[in-house]
Design a protein around this ligand. Structure first.
Ligand code: HEM
Length: 385
């Protein structure tokens, strides 16, 4: 499904782009870069177009958002991640299972009633969005607004951003930071048994998140919590419906569902790229990437590298033994903190969708969401009866 990646991987796997960034596309090189001693701090970039783009985004509350763990290096990163991990624990995630089952079944009821629906609108988007909104206690009256703001904010993760979009992103960050600030104030006044209360209280050796750090991590969890999982479900179900033999295999062997989710993550990566900045010259293959360079590690390409996966890398096979070796959740110390939650949502959604509707099928051509990094589908027409 990714001919351009295949070409660049074959012709120029460590590609120096004229815009001033490096595009690395092979599995071994991507895996090594994710684990290398590189930075995520855009201020370390030497001058260039990419640096300019980040400067544009850096105004106002963009500064607060630069405090997310995704944008910090150790030791800051280590401290932020360990404080958030105190609240966002594997046990808390496992406890969400009954709620996820209820949300999925409600979505499936709506599908059954309609007969023909858009998978994104009925299930792929609302599931992760409602789960993370509930975890963070976002009032339902603010959710539509948050959905729009988040959709604008994630454009900052795209490879090329023009000045007009940068302005929109800055305005969206300011408004979202404002909403989250109110949310935190309300939660301080009325603590509950939820993730946000736990984040506010999280403490390690007397150390706590400052207000701005707390806001930044909440925005990160919110956005990362749904803008990615929607792609897992929409891309994944689409892949399944386009491969009837694999759908039949899953019906025959439902115990393959967890592995099918891994193969969905590998086959059509919900996040296509991780970014890093070199802090010293970095040797990769026969090339040397200079210090202060912006490096894009192409996760979606690594997931299809024939040298790692073999000749059938381009095939969708839910029983692929090493599917779990994909790099869709990144690797190294920024490895996705929400991977267990995403896997749980994906597994429950796929399992129940497939078992409930024996005649599940695509009812039209899916349309793309127009993004290059969080590449996914804006709509997937399906029929269930
Ligand atoms: C980091 C992918 C779902 C929270 C990451 C990274 C990737 C990723 C690739 C690493 C970025 C880097 O190396 O620069 C995904 C995918 C998901 C998903 C594909 C769904 C299928 C979630 C969910 C949450 C979440 C549900 C939380 C509710 C985070 C956080 C980080 C992160 C907090 C930053 C970790 C750090 O910097 O230490 N994710 N993610 N993600 N993800 Fe996810």
């Amino acid at each position: 499904p990714y001919p351009a990646y295949q070409r660049v991987r074959t012709v120029d796997p460590i590609h120096e782009h004229p815009y001033g960034f490096w595009f690395v596309s092979g599995y071994d090189d991507v895996s090594a870069i994710l684990r290398a001693a590189m930075s995520v701090n855009d201020r370390l970039l030497e001058d260039g177009l990419v640096r300019q783009q980040f400067d544009d985004l850096d105004e106002g509350d963009g500064r607060v958002l630069a405090l997310t763990m995704l944008d910090r290096d150790p030791p800051d990163h280590t401290r932020l991640r360990s404080l958030v991990s105190k609240a966002f624990t594997p046990r808390k995630i496992a406890e969400l299972e009954p709620e996820i089952v209820t949300l999925v079944d409600q979505a499936l009821d709506r599908m059954a009633e309609a007969g023909r629906t858009d998978l994104v609108e009925t299930l792929a988007f609302p599931l992760p969005f409602e789960v993370i909104s509930a975890m963070l206690g976002m009032p339902s009256t603010d959710r539509d607004r948050v959905r729009d703001l988040s959709g604008t904010l994630v454009l900052s993760l795209e490879a090329a951003t023009d000045a007009e979009t940068a302005k929109l992103i800055t305005a969206a960050s300011t408004e979202l930071v404002g909403l989250v600030r109110q949310l935190i104030e309300r939660k301080r006044a009325e603590p509950g048994d939820d993730l946000l209360t736990a984040l506010i209280a999280a403490e390690s050796d007397g150390d706590r998140l400052t207000d701005d750090e707390l806001i930044a991590q909440v925005v990160l969890l919110y956005v990362a919590g749904h803008e990615t999982t929607v792609n897992l479900i929409a891309n994944g179900v689409t892949a399944l419906l386009r491969h009837p033999d694999q759908l039949a295999l899953l019906r025959e062997r439902p115990e393959l569902t967890a592995n099918a989710v891994e193969e969905m993550l590998r086959y059509d990566s919900p996040v296509q790229m991780s970014r890093r900045i070199t802090v010293e010259p970095y040797q990769v293959g026969d090339r040397v990437i200079p210090k202060g360079a912006f490096v894009l590690a192409a996760l979606g390409s690594a997931n299809h590298d024939e040298r790692y996966w073999g000749a059938d890398a381009g095939e969708f096979r839910i029983d692929r033994e090493n599917a779990r070796h994909h790099v869709s959740f990144g690797a190294g110390h920024h490895h996705c903190l929400g991977a267990a939650l995403a896997r749980l949502e994906g597994k429950i959604a796929i399992e129940r969708l497939v078992s409930r509707f024996p005649r599940l099928a695509l009812a039209g051509e899916p349309t793309g969401n127009g993004r290059s990094n969080l590449r996914g589908l804006a709509s997937v027409p399906i029929s269930v009866g």
